[in-house]
Design a protein around this ligand. Structure first.
Ligand SMILES: Cc1cc2nc3c(=O)[nH]c(=O)nc-3n(C[C@H](O)[C@H](O)[C@H](O)COP(=O)(O)OP(=O)(O)OC[C@H]3O[C@@H](n4cnc5c(N)ncnc54)[C@H](O)[C@@H]3O)c2cc1C
Length: 424
């Protein structure tokens, strides 16, 4: 939607097909306020918390993160982009399912077969096809090799009884890695340590503390942790805190592929969003990044179309190369190493890692989370900063992984031996 709006504003004619056009986006999106503000989207938040915190220390102390957080208003934001599409006068949005993309016929255009709401079939010729179907990867091809990690989370938006609520009512809790609720038996302690999960807490009623979104989250694992297990852990944790759920308003089953291989950059189908591997390989976040990149991607596509390459393959390849330029690819390699490292470490090591992470200057940890470590030296400084602040347990495991797993891509991600192009 955001890419279509950006293209429309640049005078490109777009047909945007979405099966779920008339439905709100299903996911409960959270993001940092300072990411929405520069995009002019700060008003598309249903809740804003000025205080954000995490429990990531072995001694159970809270880390105050001093970075306001927002819950996206999924209705308003979708409306905003539909309005932008409409006001450009260049975008037609239809409720339809894309069934097939033919990239083999004409050299100058591809054909997309759509089934419209109502059953009518339509074939559309287009110079550029963008697959934005998320992680279902309907049309875009990926390189084969590495399996991705998965963030799995089970969430409930609910009303809780008011006795014994242990979290701050006006504070967003980004991650709580405490495991007091898993100390009853050796098996529980072992499970908690070997398969770490945390709770994410959004209080939703401005201090009353009754309307809350809780999500038990496995940050990244391969294979993915299953939802039943996450649900059990969530309720066990809530029971430990004497929190009683009176009413479940909504459940969320979250599964996000993270890291793994890149899309093939030599294909005619271009992609955007989850389908273009834009998700952060170590955190699972993407929305703010995709919204920011949408404008840049629109600029790239519009420029390539203006440059008028008759050959649709060549146009697509040039778009791919600019979307996934060297700077972004190297940044992804660095984050991929982080995501793969997090998959392998236990709870104690994870807590040590994040304690050091949030002890970094705010600009540095924010840059890691918000895809702003574009320069090799920024990544090196970040890595050395964690290394200097952390425990020997983390240092040893990072060095081991850097040598045995990170190797050349990790090294290249931190060596300043290539030029990082301007963003577009
Ligand atoms: C449950 C969940 C929670 C998440 N929470 C956060 C978060 O808090 N913060 C964050 O930054 N990231 C979050 N993410 C990660 C990421 O931002 C989302 O996955 C994001 O929705 C990906 O956006 P997308 O547009 O690429 O794909 P999607 O949001 O999946 O959108 C794809 C769209 O394509 C349509 N579609 C699919 N196939 C076809 C077809 N053949 N024809 C026509 N239309 C089709 C679908 O109806 C859908 O509207 C979350 C992911 C999940 C799954």
């Amino acid at each position: 939607m955001s890419l279509a709006a950006g293209l429309g504003q640049r005078g490109v004619h777009v047909l945007c097909a979405d099966i779920h056009l008339d439905k709100p986006w299903p996911n409960n999106y959270g993001t940092w306020v300072d990411e929405l503000q520069p995009l002019g989207l700060a008003d598309c938040a249903s809740h804003v918390w000025n205080r954000t915190a995490a429990y990531v220390r072995d001694d159970g102390r809270k880390s105050n993160l001093d970075r306001p957080y927002a819950r996206v208003d999924r209705h308003k934001m979708k409306r905003r982009f539909l309005d932008r599409c409409q006001s450009s006068g260049n975008v037609v949005v239809v409720k339809a399912v894309a069934k097939e993309v033919d990239v083999e016929g004409e050299r100058s255009a591809s054909t997309v077969r759509l089934v419209m709401h109502g059953g009518e079939e339509v074939c559309v010729e287009t110079r550029v096809v963008v697959d934005a179907t998320g992680h279902s990867l309907n049309f875009v091809k990926f390189n084969q090799g590495k399996t991705p990690g998965f963030q799995a989370a089970y969430g409930v938006e609910c009303v809780v009884s008011d006795k014994g609520y242990p979290f701050d009512n006006d504070e967003m809790l980004l991650m709580d890695f405490r495991d007091d609720h898993m100390q009853q038996s050796p098996e529980d302690r072992h499970t908690a340590n070997t398969t770490p999960t945390f709770i994410y807490v959004m209080p939703l009623d401005d201090g009353a503390g009754r309307h809350v979104f809780f999500e038990e989250t496995s940050l990244v694992a391969s294979p993915a942790m299953d939802f039943d297990h996450l649900k059990q852990r969530l309720y066990k944790r809530l029971a430990h805190y004497n929190i009683h759920v009176d009413e479940v308003l909504e459940e969320e089953f979250c599964l996000i592929p993270m890291g793994g291989e890149m899309p093939v950059l030599r294909q005619r189908v271009v992609a955007f969003g989850g389908a273009a591997a834009l998700v952060h390989p170590a955190t699972g976040y993407m929305i703010a990044r995709a919204l920011e990149l949408a404008d840049k991607a629109a600029e790239i596509i519009a420029a390539e179309l203006r440059a008028s390459h008759a050959d649709a393959d060549e146009t697509a390849h040039r778009i791919w190369d600019r979307l996934w330029n060297v700077g972004r690819r190297r940044q992804r390699d660095f984050f991929n190493f982080g995501g793969e490292y997090l998959q392998r470490i236990d709870l104690r090591t994870t807590r040590d890692f994040f304690a050091a992470f949030f002890d970094l200057p705010k600009d540095q940890w924010s840059a890691f989370l918000s895809f702003r470590l574009m320069q090799p030296l920024e990544r090196l400084t970040f890595g050395l900063g964690v290394f200097a602040r952390t425990t020997n347990r983390v240092r040893t495991s990072i060095v081991y992984d850097a040598i045995t797993k990170g190797r050349f891509p990790l090294l290249m991600s931190v060596l300043p031996v290539y030029d990082v192009e301007d963003e577009t």
